[in-house]
Design a protein around this ligand. Structure first.
Ligand SMILES: NC(=O)c1ccc[n+]([C@@H]2O[C@H](COP(=O)([O-])OP(=O)(O)OC[C@H]3O[C@@H](n4cnc5c(N)ncnc54)[C@H](OP(=O)(O)O)[C@@H]3O)[C@@H](O)[C@H]2O)c1
Length: 435
């Protein structure tokens, strides 16, 4: 019997040869035979682009075309698909993706910043041309959370997702808890070890997690990507003493991204949280990421894995390449981009839940009564109160937790407390999430 002709290879052009780009080329080279079986055809790298041609990237580039300009690479008529691994919401990454789509090529990207800011517009453009934009690597690195939500839970309505979406922050918080060291000290170590960037602000100020949360929320709820509505707080103000108190109170401190569909609209927030030690997410430590989805039929689903690094991120990029090579295609965010249902953002002030508050107050009579009065005036009911030791006339830490209350009331109470002359530092507040 005559053999069926071999399918033509999927020809790809890779823009960006850093941690992820070089990782993708290494994975493709190492697993060529396996990938060919799974795709029914080969994936062939035909062109690459980066800034520095001379840099050794540990991969053989002798047989591929080199472009100094990634936008010119994106227009290469020989490529079927462009892999964008440059990063950033604007500039060359955005132009590369735009050119790829304009010239009729599928796109695979790991760029959460780009998708958080321009995701809906990119999806509309791609789907209008019958092209795929795939981005498994953009959220939680090696964890297949996009496919997990979009395909695996496709029969469900997802009402909530929450997760540890930034490995750098989780590493820093884990080190602070286990060693008792301060934030600045642990951050310096993380930079030396390569777990934190030289400019770590995107990570530690919560922006990176917020980019990922905005993308996840779109996939989970079928709504347009709305990064502008994410409430963002980072971990700079979490102090070593907060870990001691959290431990006494039965909590762990995590930077979480939380998105919920509520009657008031879509809630999206990134901030440090206290979570019960018994919550599955509480024991996800170090550089690991985790995402929990609450779905109406499947119930609670937990995904855990490595959120960054060459291997895990390349794994996610290559899974997307295999989908395209196989002809498997899904609307970018799970429903056609034109049908993403606009949703009202639910403001942070409407969050309802309990709170941990740490104050530095002058140890003298009446101080606690004044704090209690500020809480009472806003109908905030206190649950626990901890004061360690006494030091008359000196500043001492006082910690309290509240019963469920509204964020707006809590903020007003904290403003009144901060203005008291016996309160010597700005109050530190961490929201408690009872998952
Ligand atoms: N690193 C991770 O673990 C990870 C995980 C998930 C997602 N991501 C995402 O993956 C993407 C890439 O991250 P990465 O860590 O691989 O970054 P990276 O190591 O900094 O690599 C960026 C690459 O882009 C190239 N590049 C930068 N500006 C360029 C320009 N104007 N023209 C052409 N090439 C340019 C750089 O060239 P040179 O090498 O010549 O400087 C480099 O090869 C980002 O969107 C990031 O958010 C990364």
């Amino acid at each position: 019997m005559p053999q069926a002709p071999k399918a033509a290879p999927l020809k790809i052009a890779v823009a960006g040869l850093g941690t992820v780009g070089a990782g993708v080329l290494k994975l493709l080279a190492a697993q060529g035979a396996l990938i060919e079986q799974r795709c029914g055809r080969r994936i062939e790298v035909v062109a690459v682009s980066a800034r520095s041609r001379g840099k050794d990237r540990g991969v053989d580039l002798s047989a591929v075309r080199w472009y100094d300009d990634p936008v010119a690479l994106a227009a290469d008529p020989d490529a079927d698909l462009v892999v964008e691994l440059i990063g950033g919401s604007e500039g060359p990454a955005r132009d590369t993706v735009a050119t790829a789509l304009e010239t009729g090529k599928h796109v695979v990207t790991a760029n959460k910043a780009l998708l958080a800011v321009h995701g809906t517009e990119i999806a509309l453009k791609a789907e209008g041309k019958g092209l795929t934009v795939a981005f498994e690597a953009a959220v939680a690195g090696g964890i297949p959370i996009i496919k997990g939500l979009r395909e695996g839970l496709a029969g469900n309505r997802v009402t909530e997702i929450h997760g540890i979406l930034n490995g750098t922050c989780n590493y820093i918080l884990t080190e602070m808890r286990t060693t008792g060291r301060d934030f600045a000290d642990v951050l310096a170590d993380a930079q030396a070890l390569g777990y934190a960037e030289a400019d770590p602000s995107f990570d530690i100020d919560g922006v990176d997690a917020a980019h990922k949360l905005a993308v996840l929320a779109s996939v989970a709820f079928g709504t347009p990507v709305d990064f502008g509505s994410v409430h963002i707080e980072g971990i700079r103000h979490v102090s070593a003493v907060d870990f001691d108190y959290a431990d006494q109170l039965g909590f762990r401190i995590k930077l979480l991204g939380i998105a919920r569909r509520t009657d008031a609209g879509i809630e999206q927030r990134v901030h440090p949280c206290m979570v019960p030690k018994s919550a599955p997410i509480a024991s996800v430590d170090g550089v690991f990421n985790a995402v929990v989805a609450q779905a109406d039929f499947a119930d609670r689903v937990l995904f855990v894995g490595r959120g960054a690094g060459a291997g895990p991120t390349a794994s996610a990029v290559v899974a997307d390449l295999i989908d395209v090579a196989r002809g498997r295609s899904t609307p970018t965010f799970g429903v056609p981009a034109g049908a993403l249902g606009a949703a009202t953002p639910s403001p942070m002030e409407s969050r309802r839940g309990s709170y941990y508050v740490r104050l530095m107050v002058v140890d003298r009579p009446g101080v606690i009564a004044d704090i209690a009065a500020a809480m009472r005036d806003q109908n905030v009911s206190m649950e626990q109160f901890l004061q360690r030791g006494r030091s008359p006339g000196e500043a001492v830490p006082v910690v309290l937790t509240t019963h469920d209350t509204d964020e707006a009331a809590m903020q007003k109470a904290l403003a009144t407390i901060a203005a008291q002359d016996t309160v010597v530092e700005p109050p530190r507040m961490i929201r408690i999430e009872q998952f």
